[in-house]
Ligand binder design. Structure first.
Ligand SMILES: [Zn+2]
Ligand SMILES: [Zn+2]
Length: 204
């Protein structure tokens, strides 16, 4: 199978342990607190969970580095966006796109019991509607389980404004890295039709 085909079949439990890409074992206690542990496949323990769970604004670089140790996160840090998402970004422009991030997180994972939790963020290109959805898998803000074990936020309660704003900063770091060619301001439909979409994304 080619790499492109494999990418279409991404699952949360995928691993490539020999290349440092794991999937972590997670326990949830009676109070909805998560205690993540070693890789369920190979037993590796590369994550400093205590440090990541502090959710420090000044330690976001470290958190991002840690996210790359999980197969599915790393995959979405590398994955190219579909056309629909690129056009979504152009219709907003960088400033408005980044401003929209907290509201998007609020709507998808902000409530105590989010609608269809665990299914609200599609992984298939033909279902993904906007850049936030790629970002959410990459930053573990896709559902309350991933949020719970990566960011140390229990299920079953609303997110605070401080948490939303911290998570939005990580998502916006992702968007800036992934879309270096995105203009600051929105484009018209005519401008979008003429825009060379290939210059929007980073090329790694
Ligand atoms: Zn592993
Ligand atoms: Zn998730």
């Amino acid at each position: 199978m080619s790499t492109e085909q494999k990418k279409l079949k991404i699952s949360c439990t995928d691993t490539d342990c020999n290349n440092g890409l794991h999937c972590f074992r997670v326990k949830e206690d009676a109070n909805n607190n998560f205690s993540p542990n070693r890789c369920r496949e190979c037993g590796a323990a590369p994550i400093d969970w205590m440090r990541v769970h502090k959710r420090s604004e000044t330690d976001i670089d470290f958190t991002i580095k840690m996210l790359h140790h999980e197969f599915i996160r790393d995959h979405f840090w590398k994955r190219r966006f579909n056309e629909r998402s690129l056009k979504y970004a152009l219709r907003k422009g960088r400033t408005k796109l980044e401003e929209r991030t907290p509201a998007h997180l609020q709507a998808t994972i902000g409530n105590a019991q989010p609608f269809h939790d665990g299914y609200q963020t599609p992984t298939e290109d033909h279902k993904i509607k906007n850049p936030f959805q790629y970002a959410q898998h990459a930053t573990a803000t896709c559902c309350r389980t991933c949020l719970g074990y990566w960011h140390g936020i229990p299920k079953g309660r609303e997110l605070t404004q401080t948490e939303i704003s911290y998570l939005a900063n990580i998502v916006n770091r992702y968007l800036a890295e992934k879309l270096p060619g995105l203009p600051a301001n929105k484009l018209t439909e005519k401008e979008i039709a003429e825009f060379d979409l290939s210059i929007l994304q980073s090329n790694d």
